[in-house]
Design a protein around this ligand. Structure first.
Ligand code: FEO
Length: 170
């Protein structure tokens, strides 16, 4: 049985992962609206990944006999001032998600909840990758994105991303 406070945080994390999915769908729509279909594709796949993250938390709760309480998902309301801004917001959001997962991990550690720590290990690593990916997108945009031909090439790269389901087995 999981500690009540851990259950609360896991439940909140489910909402945050679904919000991430919703946020990136909005980002994807923004890029599609601006004919950057490669970036649109990249964020569309990110939407699917975030949904998969949420479902991993759901599964973990179910495996531990805990009832998931689905809360309302907030409306993504960021007005993007440009392409770089959209990428920066994604990076900021990933930092927030990393911190959120770290907080659950810290509590699990304090409570000697080794099972939850082990479950979260995958997410800690995944967040490192997600931060790196979006940070790199920001940096590459700075390098090449302000030139139309450079932006065209970057957009082409983003269009090659394909969805692969998380490899975490619960
Ligand atoms: Fe599921 Fe991008 O954090």
């Amino acid at each position: 049985m999981l500690h009540k406070k851990i259950v609360e945080l896991l439940n909140a994390q489910i909402n945050r992962e679904f919000y991430s999915s919703y946020l990136y769908l909005d980002t994807s729509n923004y890029f599609y609206d601006n004919s950057l279909n490669g970036y649109g594709n990249w964020f569309d796949i990110q939407t699917k990944e975030e949904n998969a993250h949420a479902m991993l938390f759901v599964k973990y709760m179910q495996n531990n006999g805990e009832r998931v309480v689905l809360e309302a998902i907030a409306k993504p309301d960021i007005i993007y001032s440009g392409f770089k801004h959209a990428l920066e917001e994604a990076y900021t959001h990933e930092l927030f998600i990393s911190q959120s997962i770290n907080e659950i991990y810290a509590l699990a550690h304090e409570l000697k909840d080794f099972r939850t720590m082990q479950f979260l290990d995958w997410f800690v690593k995944e967040q490192g990758e997600e931060e790196k990916n979006v940070d790199e997108m920001c940096k590459r945009f700075d390098l090449f994105g302000n030139d139309p031909r450079g932006l065209y090439m970057l957009d082409g790269e983003m269009g090659t991303r394909v969805f692969t389901a998380p490899s975490l087995v619960l």
